[in-house]
Design a protein around this ligand. Structure first.
Ligand code: 26W
Length: 807
């Protein structure tokens, strides 16, 4: 019996494709081609592509059932998906065909792509990693589900008013989302509050309020459409639709209350990726996601199995940071209270099912719920948490007294996740060491081997094959097809870096991307950039530890030198910034405002305009990253060592042939090891040196006094050089650098400047620059999310890929 190969079915003639698009336009959108709007064409093409995803999706689901394969469940409060249309077209191998067919119909495919809203269901690194991992699980054939929340409003829209960040609600669902399938029949009751009854040993939680979680499924197609998994996002609905009684009594608002209350649960994403706020609604959102997911997981298991003690043989649950860490107590509650299991058995099953990934060491980002809040919102879970904690204290008697899940009237979600998991992983080698040494030193000693590393990765489909067609076709011309899902093959490019022809083509691809960006940048910011200039890019969330401020201060220092010596021969640069600040993060918002204030002055400066431009396109998101990253020459990864858990932007830039200026932080360490120290601009204190430097009381003042350029720049800013209308606008910011500077901007400033001079020197030697840039692309295969996912499958989930890489 010939093995059914779903890929073959994907082969498609342009006639058939055209017919299918026109069929959807007519029957799904109810539009005649002559009257179709851009939206109609986009929907018709999206539905046509979605149809083509269904076959491999069904085949994958059927095989998983038929072969009773273990499934992976990735629980995350965030999935920063971005746009889906072109990613689906590329993974189905239909991108060029669609472009041709639409061209013949007089429709521009790229305009369609631009018309799709980003699914911005995440803040930054953690959310985007979840999206890359979903695509890689489908590409390697790992039977998996993503579980998240279907926020009506994703991450806010950012715009600038007078240089200040202003937030506006994001509204991706104001037009229909063609990629999801509603699953009204998949619905679970989620309880909150209420009380716990203990009748003759049978403990029952009687929730005070309930909502219903209903599923919306989005298929996630892998490379070459060989496998597809499901991203199941929960939307909240009221248990009682509408309180007719109240309505009839004219109490209309109250009548609609249940609906409104329920919908708040999936209304909006918390825009915070730095500080844990401890808001009740956030805890309810986390439980809403987790309980619905676990109820669905157990239902699916019991569909074909009876013995829940075998759950861990067929179910692996990954907790994306502590946000779904209530999964431990909830799984134990379901096993004990709903399936009559004893606590110890339930706990051991839970530990074998669960695993936890830590993404940050920042103390302010670690979730610690007040016991009164946990106790009121989730009274039964608070009991179980206490039970787990006392079990752990009893089972590990030499656990130091200061260690524990419940301490000082707080539930430490990191400790809870650790104790209820069989594996805990950091997201880069350096970060994992720091997790062992600084975050969980005692638990690490009590549970040796539980903490392992899984260095992050990014999908080479979206971040190279799709975002950078110019470089991708050069790679395919040079080493042939197949590197897209076997990124280690990129090393075959090394044999060509000495060939001038290849290097020229490599430089030409970069140049083409820069010219494409110049037009876009002009529209977005009004700044006209010279494509011959060095595109120096720092795009990521705004945070003091990421040190956008140090980049800006160094830029002002360069500008000052240019003005003092206007006849110098300077390497022209375009400094591009991008990124949002959490709405409540004042210092980050001040940094955004200062960047825009400095840009306004520098970009109008007749003396330096040919050498230096600063552009800050607003509303940085996934689809903007796809434009900016392929056009970058220099990637700024300059966080204070020991603070950036990994970074993933750093990987995307290097993969797209940008050189990195960076510290020995997060995955920068491994990137530099793999691309070669000579192909990486390193500077700054190491994590150890930084920790030591911080102990030196006067570290900032002494560094500033030792650096005239820094002193001058701080003086200029303090006296309002960039804010003449409000001279003391940045007094607090400058004062903070002089007197606290926790992130060592001053201490690393001179080293950073010196490294930027090295960058200039190399940029003045284009062939040498291109060779080192090409070596970066060639040596970035390790940072494919396929490698990372295979690591999770082997070291944490014990799952074998359903697809053999060779086939
Ligand atoms: C409770 C508020 C909150 C929300 C999100 C706190 C912390 C977060 C995330 C953990 C922050 C985040 O996105 N961390 C980033 O995760 C990436 C993926 O592993 C890493 O590459 C980044 O270094 C890390 O900052």
């Amino acid at each position: 019996m010939t093995k059914h190969d779903p890929v073959a079915d994907l082969a498609l003639s342009s006639e058939t494709l055209e017919a299918e698009i026109l069929r959807h336009l007519k029957f799904t959108l109810g539009k005649d081609p002559s009257h179709a709007a851009l939206y109609d064409w986009r929907m018709a093409v999206s539905y046509t592509l979605r149809d083509r995803v269904v076959a491999p999706w069904f085949a994958a689901t059927r095989r998983t059932w038929a072969e009773d394969r273990k499934r992976v469940y990735y629980l995350s409060m965030e999935f920063l998906i971005g746009r889906i249309l072109q990613d689906a077209a590329v993974n189905l191998g239909l991108n060029d065909l669609i472009d041709d067919v639409l061209g013949r119909l007089g429709v521009s495919f790229s305009e369609l792509v631009e018309d799709e809203p980003d699914a911005a269901l995440g803040n930054g690194g953690l959310g985007r990693l979840a999206a890359c991992y979903m695509e890689s699980m489908a590409t390697v054939g790992c039977p998996g589900y993503g579980y998240g929340i279907r926020y009506e409003h994703g991450l806010f829209r950012q715009r600038f008013e007078g240089g200040r960040q202003v937030e506006a609600p994001e509204d991706w669902l104001n037009t229909r989302n063609p990629w999801e399938f509603d699953r009204p029949e998949v619905a679970y009751e989620i309880g909150f509050k209420g009380h716990v009854e203990d009748r003759e040993g049978r403990v029952r939680w009687i929730p005070g309020e309930t909502v219903v979680a209903t599923a919306h499924d989005t298929p996630v197609i892998g490379w070459r459409g060989r496998w597809a998994n499901t991203l199941r996002l929960w939307g909240a609905k009221p248990t009682t639709l509408f309180d007719l009684g109240r309505f009839n009594r004219g109490d209309y608002a109250a009548a609609a209350e249940p609906e409104a209350l329920a919908r708040t649960l999936s209304r909006v994403l918390y825009p915070d990726d730095t500080t844990y706020q401890g808001k009740e609604l956030r805890l309810k959102q986390e439980f809403f996601l987790t309980s619905a997911a676990l109820q669905d997981i157990i239902r699916r298991f019991l569909d074909t199995h009876k013995d829940l003690t075998k759950l861990a043989d067929l179910v692996a649950v990954q907790m994306n940071d502590t946000h779904p860490a209530i999964a431990g107590p909830e799984l134990i509650r379901l096993l004990c209270d709903e399936h009559a299991m004893d606590f110890d058995t339930a706990l051991s099953i839970t530990q074998r099912v669960l695993a936890y990934t830590n993404h940050t060491l920042m103390p302010e980002a670690l979730e610690r719920w007040a016991t009164y809040l946990m106790g009121s919102v989730l009274p039964r879970h608070m009991q179980i948490i206490e039970h787990i904690d006392s079990w752990h204290r009893r089972t590990f008697p030499n656990r130091p007294h200061w260690v524990g899940i419940v301490k000082h009237h707080e539930v430490r979600m990191g400790d809870l996740a650790f104790v209820t998991s069989h594996k805990v992983n950091g997201v880069s080698a350096l970060h994992t060491d720091l997790v062992k040494e600084t975050l969980f030193p005692e638990l690490n000693a009590l549970h040796p081997g539980r903490i392992i590393n899984q260095t992050n990765g990014v999908t080479p489909r979206r971040w190279l094959r799709m975002a950078n067609p110019a470089l991708s076709s050069l790679i395919t011309e040079t080493i042939g097809e197949g590197w897209e899902d076997d990124a280690d093959r990129l090393t075959e490019l090394e044999a060509h870096v000495a060939d001038a022809g290849f290097l020229d083509a490599f430089g030409a691809a970069k140049r083409a991307n820069k010219e494409r960006l110049v037009a876009w940048l002009k529209d977005e910011t009004g700044v006209s950039a010279d494509p011959a200039a060095m595109f120096d890019v720092q795009v990521k969330r705004i945070h003091e530890y990421k040190r956008q401020l140090m980049n800006l201060l160094q830029t002002v220092a360069d500008w000052h030198v240019m003005r003092e010596a206007p006849n110098g021969n300077y390497v022209p640069r375009v400094k591009i910034f991008g990124g949002k600040a959490a709405p409540g993060y004042y210092a980050a918002k001040q940094i955004i405002r200062l960047i825009n204030d400095v840009a306004r002055v520098v970009n109008e400066d007749p003396v330096t305009r040919d050498w230096l431009k600063i552009a800050y396109p607003p509303n940085y998101n996934v689809s903007k990253a796809e434009k900016l990253i392929p056009a970058a020459d220099l990637s700024e990864q300059i966080s204070t060592a020991g603070k950036e858990a990994s970074g993933t932007g750093n990987m995307k830039f290097a993969l797209n042939g940008a050189l990195t200026i960076g510290t020995l932080d997060g995955a920068n360490v491994e990137i530099r090891e793999r691309v070669g120290a000579e192909n990486f601009f390193l500077f700054g204190l190491t994590a150890e040196e930084a920790a030591r430097r911080r102990e030196f009381q006067d570290h900032a003042r002494s560094a500033i006094l030792a650096s005239q350029p820094l002193q001058d720049v701080l003086q200029m800013i303090a006296e309002g050089r960039f804010s003449p209308e409000e001279p003391n606008r940045y007094h607090d910011l400058v004062h903070n650098i002089w007197n606290s500077d926790y992130f060592l901007v001053a201490s690393d400033f001179d080293a950073y400047s010196a490294a930027q001079r090295e960058v200039d020197a190399l940029y003045a030697r284009p062939a040498d620059w291109a060779r080192r840039a090409a070596l970066n692309t060639a040596r970035m295969g390790f940072f494919s999310s396929d490698r990372a996912i295979r690591g999770y499958m082997k070291d944490i989930w014990s799952v074998k890929p359903a697809l053999d890489p060779e086939a």
